[in-house]
Design a protein around this ligand. Structure first.
Ligand SMILES: C[S@@+](CC[C@H](N)C(=O)[O-])C[C@H]1O[C@@H](n2cnc3c(N)ncnc32)[C@H](O)[C@@H]1O
Length: 305
């Protein structure tokens, strides 16, 4: 299998509440979740899907070419409002996103997502937009590199890594994953190397793809586009994205955001969501054993009021 879908049964159970409803899968990937969503739906239903990755998009175009209920877009899920306008849809019964990267992207040598194989250090999901990761290593200020490694990779030796990168690029510009790996391997002990590299690659990937900004924009639009009773289900794979989802859902459940000392409510805030999962749902031990990449997954679901 190119990519094994994570928390598949649970995602569908939380998401599909109307068999003839309209659904959005923002991260179609290789269509694992979409396929199961479609299995639950009847011929009056519709599924819009998007993916930033051209290969994933093309794969799903072929996979679902005979299913008239499916409309696919190549691009970020943050354009959800535009995709729905194109299809004359003004509300969804279910909105889903399974964040991060697919196993295919991680294993694809040419995509440069992993430090385990040497390849061009690109890390973009959509090669038509933005700049590859090596461009930023060659051009950002030392402090900017340190901050992004610290903030997006939660890596403590971020300053040291940034300093070494800036020293090294004076001799030779960065181009490949091995260029970066060598710099880090010079001072990180071998038993810590994998963890450090994972954090640095994660930070670069999040930065290059504007992952956190896209997620915030998407969640804002998704909440507005859900029909009353409609569900939003999000799968995250690291604490930064999970915190954004958790905080957004929490904020949307509040009906007052006045300071606690304020005697009366003057904020006019209305709650728009109720939580369906109080705590995040995580994969079973059996799923983690079968699919190691599921181990950090967290599912959160909420319902529009
Ligand atoms: C974990 S995979 C999804 C796998 C999919 N659920 C399946 O079962 O095959 C994540 C996918 O999200 C895509 N992606 C990540 N950020 C995106 C964004 N902002 N907009 C659209 N797609 C995005 C990636 O390109 C990748 O294909």
């Amino acid at each position: 299998m190119i990519h094994e879908p994570v928390l598949l049964k649970e995602s569908i159970e939380y998401l599909v509440i109307n068999k003839s409803g309209f659904y959005f899968d923002g991260t179609i990937g290789f269509g694992g979740h979409s396929e199961k969503i479609l299995d639950q739906l009847n011929e009056n239903a519709l599924l819009l899907g998007s993916d930033k990755d051209k290969e994933a998009y093309n794969y799903c175009r072929t996979k679902f070419e005979n299913d008239f209920r499916v409309k696919l877009f190549h691009g970020s899920y943050k354009y959800l409002d535009i995709f729905s306008k194109i299809e004359f849809i003004d509300g969804f019964d279910g909105i889903f996103a399974d964040l991060g990267v697919s196993s295919y992207q991680l294993d694809d040598k040419d995509a440069g997502f992993t430090f385990r194989q040497d390849s061009v250090l690109d890390l973009r999901m959509n090669k038509d937009e933005g700049e590859p990761a090596y461009f930023y290593l060659n051009t950002l200020e030392e402090k900017e590199i340190a901050d992004l490694i610290f903030n997006l990779g939660e890596e403590r030796s971020s300053r040291k890594i940034a300093r070494r990168i800036v020293e090294k690029r004076k001799e030779k510009e960065f181009k490949t994953s091995n260029d970066l790996k060598e710099v880090i391997a010079e001072f990180v002990p071998s038993h810590k190397l994998s963890k450090t590299l994972s954090r640095v690659f994660q930070a670069l990937r999040i930065y290059v793809n504007n992952e956190l900004e896209d997620l915030e924009i998407f969640l804002d639009k998704a909440v507005k586009l859900l029909k009353p009773g409609g569900r939003i289900v999000i799968l995250t794979y690291h604490s930064l994205e999970d915190r954004i989802v958790k905080d957004k859902f929490k904020y949307e459940t509040l009906d007052c955001i006045c300071p606690p000392e304020s005697p009366i409510c003057t904020c006019d805030k209305e709650s728009t969501l109720k939580l369906v999962t109080r705590k995040p749902v995580t994969p079973s031990a059996e799923e983690i054993q079968r699919n190691r990449r599921s181990r950090s997954a967290k599912l959160r679901a909420a319902e529009k009021l």
